[in-house]
Design a protein around this ligand. Structure first.
Ligand code: PAF
Length: 302
């Protein structure tokens, strides 16, 4: 397994593989890898001849009062996991390698980024799009893999790739959960035992919202209110947002059946103490909950 912090060297290696006719899958991460990331690497491994993983805690996607400094890091453990999955290359740059002192070029978007996480994290997606664009230039892969847990991020990256005619296929992969339902996240590590228990309210409230839809409810406001009420019952939890949006453009819907491409995203962000966690489900009108992330996506979003 090659480990490099150098952009030029990394690009040369990827180009060399492409010259040999090998396909390359990229899994962009901020490290502190867990089973969610592992599932992305495994998907990349199944579908490509070579797999590259980037590990970079991207400073420009964190707001001034967010957890950039305390974001968990453990490169040794991450490298061991990558090795065990059969990853071929880890790109692990220093911040100076990615951002010159006079760096001033950003990738931004008018739509999709204003709702949900964009409301409380106004510069977050600009930072994500910028770093992902840079990664796509440094690692010109055939496919890149992202988790559905960050559903808005996935939609934003797909749109950026379409709008900027980037030559890469974006693959969305299903959310991986702990056995009790909590979505895997590097930030779960911030939770103490009591908060960890309280965090189950995310999946529990979403499951209740999903049940309402399964039972025929199509009024988004009613489903939203039900989820909000369940979150409010958990003393340690405070909702940042509960939203139901059209998954194709991340705009609010009144009736679920109004979704332009037939899919709505029900997404929540909840503070558990000082930790902000997100979770969601995607509902396909006619098919029900999306479970096999990528097949649906290729049909409905490409
Ligand atoms: O999802 C993440 O871990 C990050 O937002 C990403 C896509 C690696 C960009 O820094």
């Amino acid at each position: 397994m090659i480990i490099s912090g150098n952009s030029k060297e990394t690009r040369e290696q990827i180009k060399e593989w492409k010259k040999q006719g090998l396909s390359v899958g990229l899994v962009p991460t901020m490290g502190y890898l867990h089973e969610g990331h592992q599932s992305l690497m495994e998907a990349a491994k199944r579908e490509n001849d070579r797999v590259a993983v980037s590990i970079f805690v991207n400073p420009i996607q964190f707001g001034p009062n967010e957890d950039f400094a305390s974001y968990p890091r453990d490169f040794g453990k991450d490298a061991a996991l990558c090795e065990s999955v059969g990853v071929d290359l880890i790109f692990h740059p220093e911040a100076e390698e990615m951002y010159d002192e006079d760096f001033c070029t950003y990738v931004d978007m008018d739509g999709l980024t204003k709702e949900l996480c964009g409301k409380s994290r106004p510069t977050h997606f600009r930072g994500v799009q910028t770093v992902v664009s840079k990664l796509f230039h440094i690692i010109p892969a055939d496919r890149a893999y992202f988790g559905q847990k960050d559903a808005q991020q996935l939609a934003v990256i797909k749109k950026m790739v379409r709008d900027l005619s980037m030559d890469i296929e974006i693959i969305g992969c299903p959310i991986i959960r702990e056995t009790d339902g909590l979505a895997k996240s590097s930030r779960n590590t911030y939770l103490n035992a009591e908060e960890r228990q309280a965090a189950l309210v995310l999946n529990r409230s979403l499951a209740a919202g999903k049940k309402m839809i399964e039972d025929g409810e199509r009024d988004a406001a009613k489903v939203k209110r039900h989820i909000e009420a369940l979150i409010a019952q958990e003393k340690m939890a405070k909702a940042d947002y509960v939203e139901i949006v059209d998954f194709s453009d991340i705009t609010p819907v009144e009736k679920l059946d109004d979704a332009k491409r037939g899919e709505v995203l029900c997404a929540i962000a909840v503070w558990i103490g000082k930790t902000r966690l997100i979770d969601n489900f995607i509902w396909n009108i006619g098919r029900g909950q999306r479970t096999s992330g990528q097949d649906y996506e290729k049909r409905s979003m490409s």
